[in-house]
Design a protein around this ligand. Sequence first.
Ligand code: PMP
Length: 404
Amino acid sequence: MLNIEKIREDFPILKRKVNGKPLVYFDNAATSQKPQQVIDCLVDYYSNHNANIHRGVHILSQEATDLFENARIKLQKHFNASKAYEIIFTSGTTHGINMISNGFSDLLGVHDEIIVSALEHHSNIVPWQMLCEKTGATLKVIPMNVKGELEMDNFRAMLSEKTKLVFVNHVSNALGTINPIKEIIDLSHAVGAAVLIDGAQATPHLRPDVQALDCDFYVCSAHKLCGPTGIGILYGKESWLNKLPPYQGGGEMISEVTFEKTTYADLPHKFEAGTPNIAGGIAFGAAIDYLNGIGLENIAAYENELLNYGTKRLKEIEGLKIYGPETNKASVISFNIENIHPYDIGSIIDKLGIAVRTGHHCAQPIMDFYKIPGTIRASFAFYNTKEEIDIFVEAVKKAKTMLS
Ligand code: PMP
């Protein structure tokens, strides 16, 4: 059992009032709030240890380097990567995906196919479209069904020796669907294709074991799991990271530079050109410590309770339709109310202190599939409560009455 009252004490922003009402923050799928422990970590770094890393002989540089590299080890352990240098610091999920799509530009040709799913965030669609434009490879799409699940028979049928890469999210940020990624990885490997998993929406709720999954790449963003913005990781299997070219050239990523020839540094530095987000990396480690202190399993179980309670309560509202699967989903309720634009509901409940997201959630193809402009998305975190859900449901009812 989680002590939610105590947990909420850790999040200063939860004491805020919005429009004179206590904040109800249900926009966690856009970004999570930050506990004091993570905020303190950032302040401590800048107050006491700030220096550039990996190159100084002085004590501050050594301290900063140790803190940053220790954070990498924490992340390695959390994701169960076999080596710390398989964890590359990025600016977030989008950056990680672009690193890989860029890396494949010399490996693909006109006869090759790459496969995406219909349930993706734009970050896991657009870089691959750009890659296909560059290489002439074909982008295929695993279709979804009306329940918001992937059509796996279709996926099986589209795999062939032409398939070079498959990229799907672990959890859909728009619908909350938990995708069968282990099956997708195994089927893809059977035809020799590499697999990238976008874990941006999964990592706040689940702890992926990259070795057990056997994925080739796994990407996520710290800001969705209580860490700062502007930092994330790319996990890549050592063999792939050695094979792919660096994403950017610059300082830190070289072994030797002459005007005739430059050689690249070993992993992970080959993919970390320039001064990284040092404070962000260290605070990402602090966020992982914080979450593991509560326990990802406990978090997932409690969030599931919130999800079930929220779903049940919202279903009381006539004309309300929830999109996405009934089970096997994580922490997201995406819905609409008959004949009312999602934005109008969002604006009214904002006046009542409730933060939700309205719109396409960077997943326009999903909205096109349902032929809707967007949805209202309530997304929960472990610091939310059933009482907040009650306030939210009453606010949605009120908005419905005002707009009908
Ligand atoms: N993929 C998914 C599934 C997401 O939920 C998000 C963030 N909403 C992203 C990718 C992009 O993450 P970021 O903006 O942190 O790069």
